[in-house]
Write a protein of this length. Structure first.
Length: 417
């Protein structure tokens, strides 16, 4: 039987909680008065003033005098109300997105804006320890180049593929890399001396959208990413949903073709991942081009390596009206729509954001997936769901990783700043 534990907050925790409420308010408001903060946070004016003074002293926020209209100036009585706003570059976070065969590193400010970034490729067979060493060296080099005081770095967020134990910072399994039980958090903390948080890469993308992107204000947000695999991340009422075993979001392994489906790397048959990923769409396109050498798709592929055609070539053929390509995409993306309908039936999100190859081909993917989702979801549940591409484009992974650090070490930390 599950035993629930309830605990109170000591004074330090209460202060930290109040400070977080103020920081989150400042994140969502370009500028706000002390009275506005008190109203928004339900804190007393004295509490807001004291905490604002601390943040002012640390240079995290600044005080500005708003520009008044001529009428407002004539009506003004007493001292004009001053506004508070975050200083975006007062602190920084580092984001690391570990993909299949490459990693991205970004330095971001408090608004999750990228200040600088790097992309480094590596062989898939490279041992995890070597990859982490390369990441550490790149981070050190980036900080040296940017000449940023290390004391202004809040920490590092890492988005890793596969199953991740967020509490311990362990990449439990990353099948595409052959990684098992890699202690990313401990390794990077030891090498760099910064606090580190690790989570599933798609979950980190959901965090970025929920707090810094298109998902702001969505009570229940689902982020669905497709590239080599398919995964999802969920943010519910401002809280990341990870599941009881940190495995929530493995939408790629939902079975959508129970009979006669292709075998998936997970050992099951007919998983979504066998139908809508980039490699699958490219493989289907190559087959079509070979079967129909007169097609526009085949002509577009003539100048590419048969072993590695580009997904952009496939999308270009579709955009230019190739009927074979359009029909193939329609057939494959219908399965994504079914998976989204199932997601709507279970989670009932107000917004679904699409990333990776789904965002890359947004004009081709979204209309089909949305139509099928709305037609298939139970009793009109999908009618009001907003479906949009990620607001961060290719940066979604690395901004997501940085957002993980920003939220854990600044906006929602249990410690004072």
């Amino acid at each position: 039987m599950l035993t629930q534990h309830f605990s109170g907050r000591n004074l330090n925790r209460v202060k930290a909680h109040n400070l977080q409420a103020i920081l989150m308010s400042l994140l969502h408001e370009n500028q706000i008065s002390r009275a506005g903060l008190a109203k928004r946070t339900s804190l007393s004016s004295a509490t807001v003033t004291n905490l604002a003074n601390e943040l002012l002293a640390q240079g995290i926020i600044t005080e500005i005098k708003p520009q008044a209209t001529e009428i407002e100036r004539k009506r003004a009585v007493g001292r004009p109300r001053r506004m508070l706003r975050l200083v975006p570059n007062a602190r920084y976070a580092l984001g690391v997105h570990i993909g299949v065969g490459l990693f991205r590193i970004a330095l971001t400010n408090l608004h999750a804006d990228i200040i600088d970034n790097r992309i480094v490729e590596f062989e898939r067979a490279t041992p995890a320890a070597e990859v982490l060493e390369k990441i550490a060296l790149e981070i050190e080099d980036l900080l040296l180049e940017m000449a940023i005081d290390r004391s202004r770095i809040l920490g590092i967020g890492v988005g890793a593929s596969g199953l991740v134990n967020h509490d311990q910072g362990i990449n439990v399994i990353a099948p595409r890399l052959g990684w098992n039980n890699i202690y990313i958090q401990a390794e990077l903390q030891a090498r760099l001396g910064f606090p580190v948080r690790v989570d599933n890469n798609v979950r980190a993308m959901a965090i970025a959208e929920a707090f810094f992107g298109a998902g702001r204000g969505a009570g229940v947000l689902a982020f669905v990413y497709g590239r080599i695999g398919v995964g999802a991340g969920f943010v519910v009422n401002g809280q990341v949903f990870r599941g009881s075993g940190a495995g929530a979001g493995e939408i790629g392994h939902t079975i959508v073709v129970p009979q006669g489906g292709q075998e998936c790397r997970c050992g099951q048959n007919g998983c979504l991942e066998t139908l809508v990923t980039e490699p699958v769409i490219i493989r289907r396109s190559v087959e079509l081009a070979q079967q129909h050498p007169e097609s526009l798709l085949a002509k577009y592929m003539e100048n590419e390596s048969a072993a590695a055609p580009s997904i952009e070539t496939v999308f270009a053929a579709a955009r230019d009206g190739d009927e074979l390509t359009l029909k193939m995409l329609d057939d494959q993306i219908c399965y994504l729509g079914i998976a989204l309908a199932n997601l709507v039936n279970v989670l009932n999100p107000g917004m679904i954001l699409l990333g990776g190859v789904f965002a890359q081909g947004d004009d081709l993917v979204r209309p089909i997936a949305s139509k099928v989702m709305r037609e298939t979801a139970f009793s009109g549940l999908g009618d009001d769901v907003i479906i949009e591409p990620t607001s961060f484009g290719w940066r979604a992974g690395v901004v997501g990783a940085a957002a993980l650090a920003l939220m854990d070490f600044f906006y929602q930390t249990t410690e004072t700043v």
